[in-house]
Design a protein around this ligand. Structure first.
Ligand SMILES: [Zn+2]
Length: 431
């Protein structure tokens, strides 16, 4: 078992908890230099000296996405502006973007966390990696790139897109590792098939590190099979992260039993979003994260809106840090249809249980005389037989699982959009 920083990664949990409390207190003091946080703490009647033990962490007010938006662009930077060397942000397609500013040390912390992830996931120095997460305002490309390089692999920074060239490079360089969104991995597999390239025979891919969007177990299984990761003795590792915490940050290790979150740099809490009490380990709750090490713009007790289960048990790999053991949905992705919450990941879960169906699908939400309706449009796998009976069984299955009526329309192969970055699965045509 390889580690990047063995002592820190396998630190006894009591020590980790002590270290977290120390760092958390220091961050609160640091944040109180910023006007927004000073006011927040004052309103909560909290002084940094009140934080004595772990229970006291709960006294610190939460931070919400709205706080980041309201204070755009520079309002939440609590470090020295002169020390800022990088700014990333979300696309902001649905309004004001959320940003994160980094100091030189922040970039270093991020790099080390990502490098730990890659080593834990089985990356070796002799690996050739095609890094296809987008470079730009999005955090994915840079976060992956730095971590991969630090871990000592050979990185080809292709960015996303140029699918035929990606495949050509994979053959010419004997690429062993591919990174990008899960939907892009699925798309590359589809194009390979079209071009007569058999990833198991013609390519050497053994590891995939894929993040940037939720991924169902069904899609993961397909990527593992179609890109040859499993056949070559490796597998697909899922990555989790968010701009507000600095970007990609946690990943599966070789045991694939949840994404490790480095507790010496991030504090993990899981709460009931209504009562705000902690949920029990392995019980579903909202993930709340604090950045314990960043200087420029650390955010404490950030309400991610992500429903997850977290395990604090030591992993079979020997790492003592907590893991996200299941990802039940991102509130941002949730759609409300006639009073029912629908997560696109739930729809994908049902669809991909059927080998007849491809991973090219979309959800169309529309409004008929005030009544909401949802329709799944999906392409079959080329050559597979999908008849009316199949469709009505699938509609029933979706209804049972989503608790809402949902029609299914089978589309011609190649007619639905493909994605090089994050997939857009929902077409909301409601007024
Ligand atoms: Zn592990």
């Amino acid at each position: 078992m390889a580690y990047l920083e063995e002592q820190l990664e396998t630190m006894p949990q009591e020590q980790l908890v002590e270290l977290q409390l120390e760092k958390f207190k220091k961050q609160v003091r640091h944040l109180c230099q910023n006007e927004f946080y000073r006011r927040r703490c004052m309103e909560a009647g909290l002084s940094p000296d009140d934080l004595k033990d772990r229970e006291d962490i709960k006294k610190v007010p939460f931070t919400f996405k709205k706080d980041l938006r309201d204070n755009y662009p520079k309002g939440l930077i609590s470090g020295n502006w002169d020390d800022v060397v990088r700014i990333h942000m979300t696309s902001g397609t649905t309004g004001v973007p959320t940003i994160l500013a980094y100091s030189k040390n922040d970039i270093e912390t991020w790099t080390r966390c990502m490098a730990r992830n890659f080593v834990a996931g089985g990356l070796r120095r002799d690996d050739v990696v095609q890094q296809a997460h987008g470079y730009g305002l999005f955090t994915g490309g840079f976060g992956f790139h730095y971590g991969l390089e630090r871990a000592g692999a050979k990185v080809i920074p292709t960015g996303s897109g140029g699918t035929e060239r990606q495949l050509r490079l994979m053959q010419e360089w004997g690429t062993t590792v591919f990174t990008g969104t899960p939907s892009y991995a699925a798309y590359i597999a589809e194009i390979a098939m079209e071009k007569g390239i058999d990833p198991i025979k013609d390519l050497k891919l053994r590891l995939g590190f894929h993040g940037g969007e939720p991924c169902s177990d069904g899609l993961r299984k397909r990527i593992n099979e179609r890109l040859g990761y499993r056949a070559h003795g490796g597998g697909m590792r899922v990555c989790y992260g968010l701009t507000e915490m600095g970007g990609p940050m946690s990943m599966d290790c070789e045991y694939e039993c949840g994404q490790h979150i480095w507790a010496d740099h991030y504090l993990v809490e899981a709460i009931d979003p209504v009562t705000l009490n902690y949920v029990k380990p392995e019980e579903a709750g909202e993930l709340v994260l604090s950045n314990l090490s960043f200087e420029a713009m650390p955010i404490l007790r950030y309400r991610t809106g992500d429903r997850v289960t977290v395990s604090f048990a030591t992993c079979p790999c020997g790492r003592t840090h907590p893991r996200i053991t299941s990802f039940l949905g991102r509130v941002d992705d949730m759609i409300l249809v006639s009073g029912t919450n629908v997560f696109p990941s739930q729809v994908e879960y049902v669809l991909l249980k059927h080998p007849e169906l491809s991973e090219n699908w979309q959800l169309v939400v529309s409004d008929k005389r005030g009544l909401h309706s949802i329709k799944v449009e999906i392409e079959p796998v080329p050559g597979s037989r999908v008849d009316e009976d199949f469709v009505s069984r699938l509609e029933k299955e979706l209804h049972d699982y989503l608790e809402i009526k949902c029609s299914v329309e089978i589309k011609a192969v190649g007619s639905l959009p493909r994605f090089e970055g994050k997939a857009v699965r929902v077409l909301d045509q409601r007024q």
